[in-house]
Design a protein around this ligand. Structure first.
Ligand code: ADP
Length: 668
């Protein structure tokens, strides 16, 4: 018994020794090393069979294996980055350009040497300071007194100004004040003799970053300048330095994120925020029980084995509604470059520096993102693709990739352009290309199966529209619009959804009753209000529209929007509601192939709306020929490429009256 106990103790101390060695080699900062060693000491005193022992060992091991100082060196060759983005993605010109601009700023910032200005009337002080700061690789300029300093500063901004307090002419305090006014981000460090500590405090009150007492210690000067620079770098890089890719699913957000990482030579990790319910998922659980875990942020850093990956936080707009704690405050702490250098995960209990991570958020729609978060983000839009773009991406990216992945190169299928178009039009209906890729994968899988079954047949296969039909079965989508007749009381509208754009049909019916308006379908509040506004407009213009005086007294009106699964809301259905109602009440059929969008006012004016591109693409997908847009959206619509507007006639309307002319059949 005693023998076993001794053996156990020996093992325990061997393990402790090994962990001690690993701690020393782990590259963790001093304050973390201290915590790790304390923990190691604490567990040395408890029995290896206890739960605390296991918790302690797991914790120390986790600390050791975190990539404290493991970073990849950025490759800042912009031409290479551009090549990689183009290699992986077709189109997305504006999106790629914005990303390259963002990277360019990063390059410039990292290449620029920090600029430090020394202002002192003693030559020896200037010389000494210049000497040590130049050794730290700063660009150093010196001036003999305040006046000269201000002239030098006019020629180019400085990051840090190190100024003596007492000088002939313009003194340090005035330099401080002028700098604060003209260059508020420049950090001013005041140098004072012992006798003037009081004025040093005064300087701090007036906004100096710090002060150094003379005669100064070299180390103190260097560390104060370094902290000032760090602070300044964070301010400069702070706002808008987090990218947010916004757009419908399958438009390439994840894959562009991956390319950014590849271009920079960084690791890539991805965390989905969708449905996250608890702050602990971001920040971890306290180490009170076996199985307590760090949050996802630290977990992914651990897995990536790099302290500076590109970290994609996916689906920001789908974070759980019942999130415990405030998701935006937890995320703000992660994203804010002023705070995240000291990010504390509950499990770790010690800060981990996240300031080197490049965060990319993604969202389908940015409208629901809390304001404080949105302010920190630089939003880059990922628009939906047109039919032509999809066909090109399918032919040049998706099909070759699926052929490779499914191992059917020996029997390379050739997809005819008509076949690709058929898949896009009849089997998918989306702004992005996720389902398109799935359908292509499904065809390739079938070919793979046939190849295996068919020993001799290594011949090429051609995928024609007929073959597509054979492989994919019944078409999933019809052209709802062109394939049906125009009807009274049904108008075609365009709405924006998280998936991109969609067409809706607003239906109106009348029945005997008492002035009631019934609204059904998955309508949000704003859609309900639009319906009310449309009805009020019609009632107040009944005579002009040729509607009988007492019509509303003896009728109920029912407006319905057949749902689809998605809840739609927004004021932009106003004009469609109005057209369905006017069509009903004047008995003039509404053209089904004219789709419209626009908010309306009670006086019948049509106001501009958002999501024009997505809506036009949705109209084309459904076979619509004419799209009516608010006149105030003209500038935006004119900027759209022809690949988006091809095949549809875009017409602009200012009022409900304009729409009546274009949508309703003439009275016979
Ligand atoms: P998201 O993250 O926006 O939902 P993904 O990045 O997952 O979309 O894209 C879905 C698929 O489509 C991926 O396989 C991606 O490589 C491909 N893809 C998207 N956009 C393009 C494009 N412009 N060129 C080539 N492939 C693309």
């Amino acid at each position: 018994m005693k023998f076993f106990k001794k053996q156990e103790e020996e093992q325990q101390s061997l393990l402790a020794e090994e962990l001690g060695r690993k701690i020393a080699a782990s590259g963790m900062p001093d304050h973390v090393r201290k915590v790790a060693l304390e923990e190691l000491e604490a567990i040395a005193r408890i029995s290896p069979s206890s739960a605390e022992y296991t918790i302690g060992i797991t914790y120390v091991d986790y600390l050791i294996t975190l990539p404290w100082d493991k970073k990849t060196e950025d490759n800042l060759d912009l031409c290479r980055a551009e090549r990689i983005l183009n290699e992986d993605h077709f189109g997305l010109m504006r999106t790629k350009e914005r990303i390259l601009e963002h990277l360019a700023v990063r390059v410039l910032r990292s290449k620029a040497r920090p600029r430090v200005l020394i202002v002192d009337d003693e030559e020896i002080a200037r010389k000494n300071l210049s000497h040590i700061l130049e050794k730290d690789d700063y660009e150093v300029v010196s001036a003999e007194e305040g006046g000269e300093a201000l002239t030098v500063m006019e020629k180019g901004e400085f990051d840090v100004v190190l100024t003596d307090l007492k000088m002939a002419g313009i003194d340090g305090m005035e330099v401080l004040e002028k700098t604060r006014m003209r260059w508020p981000d420049t950090k001013v460090i005041m140098m004072t003799g012992f006798a003037t500590v009081q004025s040093a405090i005064e300087a701090m009150k007036r906004g100096a970053f710090n002060y150094i007492a003379k005669p100064f210690k070299l180390d103190e000067v260097r560390s104060t300048v370094r902290t000032a620079l760090e602070k300044r770098a964070r301010i400069k890089g702070g706002s808008g330095s987090v990218l947010c890719f916004a757009g419908p699913p399958g438009t390439g957000k994840t894959s562009v994120g991956r390319s950014v990482a590849r271009a920079l030579g960084r690791a890539f990790v991805r965390i989905s925020l969708a449905g996250m319910k608890d702050e602990a998922e971001i920040r971890g659980h306290r180490r009170t029980y076996v199985g307590a875990m760090p949050g996802r942020i630290i977990e992914e850093i651990h897995r990536a084995e790099s302290a500076n990956p590109v970290m994609m936080l996916d689906e920001l707009d789908k974070i759980g509604h019942d999130f415990k704690g405030d998701p935006s405050s937890a995320l703000l702490e992660v994203l804010d470059t002023e705070q995240n250098a000291g990010f504390v995960d509950h499990y770790l209990g010690v800060p981990f520096d996240l300031s080197q991570v490049i965060f990319i958020l993604t969202a389908n729609v940015i409208d629901n993102i809390p304001g404080p978060l949105r302010d920190r983000m630089e939003v880059i839009e990922f628009p939906g693709y047109s039919l032509e773009e999809k066909a090109h991406i399918a032919a040049h990216f998706l099909i070759p990739r699926q052929i490779r992945e499914k191992g059917i190169s020996a029997r390379t299928p050739v997809f005819s352009p008509e076949a690709i178009e058929k898949i896009i039009q009849e089997y998918t209906r989306e702004a992005g290309i996720r389902n398109l890729e799935r359908k292509i994968a499904s065809i390739c899988r079938k070919i793979a199966k046939e190849t295996v079954g068919d020993a001799g047949g290594l011949s090429m296969v051609t995928i024609t529209p007929a073959v597509v039909g054979q492989y994919l079965g019944r078409r999933n989508y019809e052209f709802e619009v062109v394939e049906e007749k125009d009807r009274v009381g049904v108008a075609t509208g365009l709405v924006r959804t998280a998936e991109g754009g969609e067409i809706i049909f607003v239906e109106a019916a009348k029945m005997k009753g008492k002035k009631e308006m019934i609204l059904t379908g998955s309508l949000g509040d704003m859609m309900r209000e639009s319906a009310q506004a449309a009805l009020s407009y019609i009632r107040s213009n009944a005579a002009a529209l040729g509607i009988q005086d007492d019509f509303f007294e003896i009728h109920d009106i029912h407006v319905h929007v057949p749902s689809g699964a998605i809840q739609k809301d927004g004021p932009s259905a106003g004009i469609t509601m109005a057209m369905a109602l006017i069509s009903l009440l004047t008995n003039r059929p509404a053209r089904r192939d004219v789709a419209m969008t626009g908010e309306i006012t009670l006086t019948g004016r049509v106001l501009p709306v958002s999501g024009i591109r997505e809506k036009i693409l949705a109209a084309r997908r459904a076979g619509v020929r004419t799209v009516l847009l608010p006149a105030k959206n003209r500038a935006e619509a004119d900027e759209l490429p022809v690949t988006v507007t091809r095949d549809v006639a875009v017409k602009f309307i200012e009022s409900i009256g304009d729409a009546i002319e274009l949508v309703l059949a003439k009275t016979s």
